[in-house]
Design a protein around this ligand. Structure first.
Ligand code: ADP
Ligand code: MG
Ligand code: MG
Length: 902
C-alpha cells in the first residue's frame, strides 16, 4: 500500500487488515466489519481510523502527523476498488462515516450517510442510477440532514419540520410520495436551515465533508452526554472512538432495494427462528427512526427469495463463528445483499439463559462458557413476579426500569397522601416529576415509584433500589401536575386514586391493574416444578446452569435468616447454613415489655428476673431454627442494636405522659420510661452503646443469650438432629472486648453442653475498621470472622446509611464519585482493602480461620467475585439472593481462576 504508511504510526486499517479481537484499536463496529470481511461475507469495502488517532487528536486538537496522508491513501485504494472517485460529478463514490467505540455508547455521534454528494455529483448519481432523480435527491437531502445534525449541531427538529411541511404540501404522510421535484425543493430548504444555524453554506467539497465528519466523530467522544454515560457505566474515559468509512450501498433505489435488521435468535425469549424487520426502498436509519412501518423479516422471502436465503445462510455462519446470538444490519441494493454490521446481540435475562443452554446442546460452547454468559443480575430479574400481559394491556408510557419488580396501586402525588392511604391498607404508587429527600416517607409507604424525569441514578432510582422497591423513572411521556393531583399520558388523564401498574424491569407503565404472576424460576427453586420434565426452556436452562455453578464454586452460600420459616425457605433455595441470625426481633412484639423491665430495673434482682423471663422465649426461637437447619451451621449474632430502639419514641412517650397526667391517671411507669429514654438518648446511635458494648455494660444480657443458644442446641441434639451453633459477637474493635465476652460464654457453654456432643464456636464480626486493622490480635480469640460489610462501609466512609442514601448519593453518582452505591456493591479499594487485610492477618495468626461475610454485599454479584478472590469461605445473604450468590460464586471461579473455554 501507499508509502506514507511506513513513515510512522499506523492509524488506518482496511477492513481486510483487522479482526474481531482488535476492538480496543478498531472499536466494536470496525473490528466486526473486519471479521465479516475476512469471513468472505459481502461487506462494502472501507477502512477504520483507529482509537489511537482519536486519542491523539483529542490530546492536541489536531489530526496527528501522517493521518491525513494515510486517509488519502486508503481512500484512493477504496476508489480504485470501487472504480469511482469520492464525489465525482459524473459517477460519485459516496461513503458513510460511522463512529464506533469499544463499547457501544449512546451520546456519541452516530453516522453520516452519503458523504460525497453535492450540487454537481447529485446529478451524476442520478444518471448512474438510470436517471433515478428521486433517489439522488433523496440521498442528498439525507446527507444535509445528517451532516447538519451530527457534525454541525443543527437542531434535528428543523429538518423534520421541513420534511413534514413538504409532505403536508403534497397531502401525504408517506415520504415515498414525495417525488424528485419535491425532494429537490427540500434540499433547498435544508440548505437554508443549514446556513442559518452554521453561518456558512453547506460544504460542497467532498474531502472537506469527509474530514469534518471524521473530526466530529472524534470530538463526540467528549460530548457531555457521552462523558456522563461513561461515568455511570464505569467505562474508562481514555479509550477514544474509532471511525469507520464505508462505501455506500443503497437501499433506497426502488422496490427491489431495502434495508433491515435481523437477529439470529429471538432476543426476547431466546427461541430459535427468524427475527427481524425489513423496510423496502429505504436507507438504514429509517428502520430505527420508525419513519414507515417495517415488515417482519419473513416477508422478505416473498419479496426477494435469493437475498433472503443468502441472509439466512450468513446468519447461520455468523452464529457458528461468534458462537452466540448475533444482531445484524443489512441492505439490499437492487437484489444484491450487503452486510453492514454485526455484533453479539443484547438480550433479555430469560433469553440469556435459554440461549446459553441451547448453545451447549448444539455443541458450540461448554458449560463453563454458558455459566460465563449469564449473570446474577439476570437471575435476580427472573425471580421477580411478572405482569401477566394479555393483549388488552398496552403500555401508555415507557421510562427507565430503575428498580425491578411489578407493582400496581392507586396513584398518589404526595408523600403525605401515600402514607395516609397505605395506612388504610391500600397499595399506592407514588407519582412525581422527580423525588427529593422529603418524599422518603411516601416512598417507604408506596409499592412503587413512578417519575417523569431522571435516569438510573436519579434520587428516586437510587433510593428505590436501596429499599428494594419497584421504580420506573424518567417516563417523560407523563405530564405530571402535582398541585392538580393528576397526570396526563397518551391523551388520557389519571387522577389521584386511579390505578396504574409499573414494571420496574422494562420501564413500562400501564393504566389499570395488570394481574401479576409468580416467577417460574422461583417455583423451580421452591421445588414445586420438576426441571427435568417441565416443558419450559427457561426453567430447564436455569436448572442446568445452576447445577454447573454449584459444582464449580468454591465459596459456600449461607443465608441471613431470623425465623424458622425464612431458614426453611432459604434452605430450599440452596443455602448451606445461616450466616447471620439476628436476635433483635426476639425482643419485639409482646416481648417489649420484658425489655422495658430489663431497662428500668433498679436492682439486680429485677434485672435478673427480666432476663430469666426472656431466656425460654429465646431458647424456643433457636430450637426452631436449629431444627430447620439440621446438620448445617447457624451463626447467631448476640444482640446488636441500642436498647432504646426497643422503647417507644420520645415524642410519643412525652405525649402519653402529658395526656395521662391531664386525666389524673397514674403515670409512674410512663414517667420512668420517659426518663430512661431521655437518659439513653444518643446523638449518634450507630456509634453509641450497641453491639459488644451492651454485653459489657449490662450484666447477664449476653450470658442469657449464650445460655439460650447452648440449651437449644442440646435439646435439638437430644431429639436426634444436628445443631451447629456459632456465636457471633458484634461490633468488636479490640481483642480485649472479645476475650471478656468469650471467657464468660465459655463457662456457660461448658456447663450446659457437657456430654451432649454439641460444639459451640465463638467468633466475631469484623465491622469496625479497627477490628480489621488488628485482625491478627483478634484472631487469637476468635474461631471465625464474619465481615459485617454494611457497618464496615458506614464506618470506613463515615456515612450513616439511613441518612446519606436519600440525601446526596444521587449527586455522588451523577458526579461519578462512585459508579454504584458502596452499600450496593463493595468498595474494593477502601472497604475491600480492610477485608483483605483482616483476612490475611487473621489467617496468619490462626491458620484455617473460617471467614465469611454477612450483609447485603453477600448477594451482590460483583461483591461475590471479590469475596471469592480474597479467599473467604462463604457469603451469607437474604434468602432471595441465595441463588444469585450461588451462580456468581460459580462464575467467579471461571472468571478469576481462568478456564480453557475462555
Ligand atoms: P448505529 O450504530 O447507530 O446503528 P450505523 O453506523 O450502524 O449507526 O449506521 C446507521 C444506519 O446506516 C444503519 O442502518 C446502517 O446499516 C446504515 N449504514 C451505515 N453505513 C452504510 C453504508 N455504507 N451503506 C448503506 N447503509 C449504511
Ligand atoms: Mg448500526
Ligand atoms: Mg453491624
Amino acid at each position: 500500500m501507499a508509502a506514507q504508511e511506513t513513515v510512522d504510526h499506523k492509524y488506518v486499517y482496511d477492513f481486510a487488515e483487522g479482526n474481531m479481537d482488535l476492538k480496543d484499536l478498531l472499536g466494536g463496529k470496525g473490528a466486526n466489519l473486519a471479521e465479516m470481511t475476512n469471513l468472505g461475507l459481502p461487506v462494502p469495502p472501507g477502512f477504520t481510523i483507529t482509537t489511537e488517532a482519536c486519542k491523539a487528536y483529542l490530546a492536541t486538537g489536531e489530526e496527528p502527523d501522517g493521518l491525513a496522508g494515510q486517509i488519502a491513501a486508503h481512500l484512493s485504494s477504496l476508489e480504485s476498488a470501487m472504480g469511482k472517485r469520492l464525489g465525482d460529478p459524473q459517477d460519485p463514490l459516496l461513503v458513510s462515516v460511522r463512529s464506533g467505540a469499544k463499547f457501544s455508547m449512546p451520546g456519541m455521534m452516530e453516522t453520516v450517510l452519503n458523504v460525497g454528494l453535492n450540487d454537481r455529483s447529485v446529478v451524476g448519481l442520478s444518471a448512474q442510477a438510470g436517471g433515478n432523480d428521486r433517489f439522488a435527491w433523496d440521498s442528498y437531502r439525507r446527507l444535509i440532514q445528517m451532516f447538519g445534525k451530527t457534525v454541525c449541531e443543527v437542531p434535528g427538529e428543523e429538518f423534520e419540520h421541513a420534511l413534514d411541511d413538504a409532505k403536508r404540501a403534497k397531502g401525504t404522510t408517506n415520504d415515498l410520495d414525495l417525488d424528485a421535484e419535491d425532494l429537490r425543493g427540500l434540499v433547498d430548504s435544508y440548505k437554508k436551515i443549514f446556513s442559518k444555524h452554521t453561518g456558512r453554506e453547506f460544504p460542497q467539497e467532498p474531502r472537506e465533508q469527509l474530514d469534518l465528519a471524521i473530526r466530529a466523530v472524534f470530538e463526540s467522544w467528549n460530548a457531555d452526554r457521552a462523558v456522563l454515560y461513561r461515568r455511570q457505566e464505569r467505562i474508562p474515559a481514555d479509550l477514544g472512538t474509532a471511525v469507520n468509512v464505508v462505501a455506500m450501498v443503497f437501499g433506497n433505489l426502488g422496490p427491489d432495494s431495502g434495508t433491515g435488521v435481523a437477529f439470529t435468535r429471538d432476543p426476547g425469549s431466546g427461541a430459535q427462528g427468524i427475527y427481524g424487520d425489513y423496510l423496502a426502498n429505504a436507507q438504514g436509519e429509517d428502520v430505527v427512526a420508525g419513519i414507515r412501518n417495517t415488515v417482519p423479516l419473513q416477508e422478505l422471502e416473498q419479496l426477494d427469495k435469493k437475498s433472503y436465503d443468502q441472509l439466512l445462510a450468513f446468519m447461520a455462519r455468523l452464529e457458528e463463528h461468534y458462537k452466540d446470538l448475533c444482531d445484524i444490519e443489512f441492505t439490499i441494493e437492487r437484489g444484491k445483499l450487503w452486510m453492514l454490521q454485526t455484533r453479539v446481540g443484547k438480550r433479555t435475562a430469560a433469553a440469556a439463559f435459554v440461549i446459553a443452554g441451547q448453545l451447549v446442546d448444539e455443541g458450540l460452547i461448554d458449560l463453563d462458557e454458558a455459566l460465563h454468559r449469564v449473570n446474577g443480575a439476570q437471575l435476580a430479574q427472573l425471580m421477580f413476579p411478572r405482569f401477566q400481559l394479555d393483549h388488552e394491556f398496552q403500555p401508555v408510557a415507557k421510562g427507565i426500569g430503575a428498580s425491578p419488580g411489578a407493582a400496581s396501586g392507586k396513584v398518589v402525588f404526595t408523600s403525605a397522601r401515600a402514607v395516609e392511604l397505605a395506612g388504610e391498607g391500600e397499595s399506592v404508587i407514588l407519582v412525581r416529576r422527580e423525588t427529593n429527600p422529603d418524599d422518603l416517607n411516601g416512598m417507604i409507604a408506596s409499592k412503587g415509584i413512578l417519575t417523569s424525569r431522571g435516569g438510573k441514578t436519579s434520587h428516586a432510582a437510587v433510593v428505590a433500589r436501596g429499599m428494594g422497591k419497584t421504580c420506573v423513572s424518567g417516563a417523560d411521556e407523563l405530564e405530571v401536575n402535582v398541585p392538580a393531583k393528576k397526570f396526563t399520558v397518551a391523551g388520557q388523564t389519571v387522577t389521584e386514586g386511579d390505578i396504574v401498574s409499573i414494571d420496574g424491569t422494562t420501564g413500562k407503565v400501564y393504566l389499570g391493574e395488570v394481574p401479576v404472576m409468580p416467577s417460574e424460576v422461583v417455583q423451580y427453586f421452591e421445588g414445586s416444578v420438576d426441571p427435568e420434565h417441565i416443558d419450559n426452556a427457561l426453567v430447564r436452562a436455569v436448572h442446568r446452569i445452576m447445577t454447573h455453578a454449584d459444582a464449580t464454586r468454591r465459596l459456600a452460600v449461607r443465608t441471613n435468616a431470623d425465623t424458622g420459616a425464612d431458614a426453611a425457605r432459604a434452605r430450599r433455595f440452596g443455602a448451606e447454613g445461616i450466616g447471620l441470625c439476628r436476635t433483635e426481633h426476639m425482643f419485639l412484639g409482646d416481648r417489649r415489655e420484658l425489655v422495658e423491665r430489663l431497662i428500668l430495673a433498679r436492682t439486680d434482682d429485677e434485672r435478673d428476673g427480666a432476663l430469666a423471663a426472656l431466656l425460654p422465649l429465646q431458647r424456643a426461637d433457636f430450637e426452631e431454627i436449629f431444627r430447620e437447619m439440621d446438620g448445617l451451621p447457624v451463626t447467631v449474632r448476640l444482640i446488636d442494636p441500642p436498647l432504646h430502639e426497643f422503647l417507644p419514641p420520645l415524642e410519643q412517650l412525652a405525649v402519653n405522659v402529658a395526656v395521662a397526667q391531664e386525666r389524673g391517671e397514674d403515670v409512674a411507669k410512663e414517667e420512668a420510661l420517659l426518663a430512661a429514654v431521655r437518659r439513653m438518648h444518643e446523638e449518634n446511635p450507630m456509634l453509641g452503646l450497641r453491639g459488644v458494648r451492651l454485653g459489657l455494660v449490662i450484666p447477664g444480657l449476653f450470658a442469657m443469650q449464650v445460655r439460650a443458644i447452648a440449651e437449644a442446641a442440646v435439646t435439638v441434639a437430644r431429639g436426634g438432629a444436628v445443631a451447629k451453633p456459632e456465636i457471633m459477637v458484634p461490633l468488636v474493635g479490640a481483642v480485649q472486648e472479645l476475650e471478656t465476652v468469650r471467657a464468660e460464654a465459655e463457662k456457660i457453654i461448658a456447663e450446659v453442653v457437657r456430654d451432649s456432643g454439641v460444639e459451640v464456636l465463638i467468633g466475631t464480626m469484623i465491622e469496625v475498621p479497627r477490628a480489621a486493622l488488628t485482625a491478627g490480635q483478634i484472631a487469637e480469640a476468635a474461631q471465625f470472622f464474619s465481615f459485617g460489610t454494611n457497618d464496615l462501609t458506614q464506618m470506613a466512609w463515615g456515612f450513616s446509611r439511613d441518612d446519606v442514601e436519600g440525601a446526596f448519593f444521587w449527586r455522588y453518582l451523577e458526579l461519578g464519585i462512585f459508579g454504584i452505591s458502596p452499600f450496593e456493591s463493595i468498595d474494593r479499594d477502601g472497604v475491600g482493602r480492610l477485608v483483605r487485610i483482616a483476612a490475611e492477618e487473621g489467617r496468619a495468626a490462626r491458620p484455617g480461620l473460617k471467614l465469611g461475610v454477612c450483609g447485603e454485599h453477600g448477594g451482590d454479584p460483583d461483591s461475590v467475585h471479590f469475596f471469592h478472590e480474597v479467599g473467604l469461605d462463604y457469603v451469607s445473604c437474604s434468602p432471595f439472593r441465595v441463588p444469585v450468590a450461588r451462580l456468581e460464586a460459580g462464575r467467579a471461579v471461571i472468571e478469576t481462576d481462568g478456564s480453557d473455554s475462555r
